[in-house]
Design a protein around this ligand. Structure first.
Ligand SMILES: N[C@@H](CCC(=O)N[C@@H](CS)C(=O)NCC(=O)O)C(=O)O
Length: 215
């Protein structure tokens, strides 16, 4: 199978997919698409032809293009079942999915670069206002995640003996939080999970700084 991942080193949605492919031990080729404000290669016609939404990531599977990181993660899980990204128990599976969705659906969209651009350019929100918006979105989300994590066994992973969907979504969101200087000290459980998985090769290799297009 020939896999090409359209990615950008600092894209947290692409970071999720990189971690999952690494955890499954699946080889892929990285095709960098720059989201840097001076380049915006994702808005050019070449990438629009790949993904009409002009967002990252996209995964080309033998010529079929998949978009949306959660759909891609589900395809990865269905195509490469081991190691499982979700626990076996249906209740725990729903809880792991909810943990991930809280990040993917409720935190990340509020701090995505094009949304912040709209706030700045169309609504004339100041840099300080945008920063408050981003911090608020992350703090509300992390507060809920910390409470959810506090009810889970300190394994050190969230939903079982190895990292899965929850960690795949959490680690890139914490990376974004650090980029925006969000104080993470109120979330010790989340930081403990982050510390535990950051030691693993699959997470290390997926880190933005390790990507071929990182400066
Ligand atoms: N829900 C989408 C979000 C994708 C997304 O917003 N990706 C960001 C990078 S992390 C992007 O391409 N931003 C460029 C833009 O918004 O123009 C997913 O999970 O794949």
């Amino acid at each position: 199978m020939d896999l090409k991942l359209y990615t950008y080193w600092r894209s947290s949605a692409a970071y999720r997919v990189r971690i999952a492919l690494n955890l499954k031990g699946v080889a892929y080729e990285s095709i960098p698409v720059s989201l840097a404000p001076a380049v915006l290669a994702h808005r050019e016609s070449a990438y629009r032809a790949v993904n009409p939404q002009m967002r990252l990531p996209s995964l080309d599977v033998d010529g079929d293009v998949l978009i949306q990181s959660m759909a891609i993660l589900e395809w990865i899980e269905e195509s490469f079942p081991e190691p499982a990204l979700l626990p076996a128990d249906p209740i725990l599976r729903a809880q792991a999915r909810a943990f991930a969705q809280l990040i993917v659906s409720d935190i990340h969209p509020l701090q995505n670069s094009s949304i912040l651009g709209i706030l700045r350019n169309e609504y004339e929100v100041s840099d300080a206002g945008v920063r408050r918006w981003v911090h608020g979105a992350m703090q509300r989300g992390f507060e809920a995640l910390e409470a959810l994590a506090a009810n889970l066994p300190a394994d050190p992973f969230l939903f079982g003996g190895h990292p899965g969907l929850a960690e795949i979504c959490l680690v890139p969101q914490l990376y974004n939080a650090r980029r925006f200087d969000v104080d993470l000290s109120p979330y010790p459980r989340l930081l403990a999970v982050d510390g535990a998985v950051s030691e693993l090769g699959a997470f290390k290799a997926a880190h933005p700084d390790m990507q071929p297009d990182a400066p």
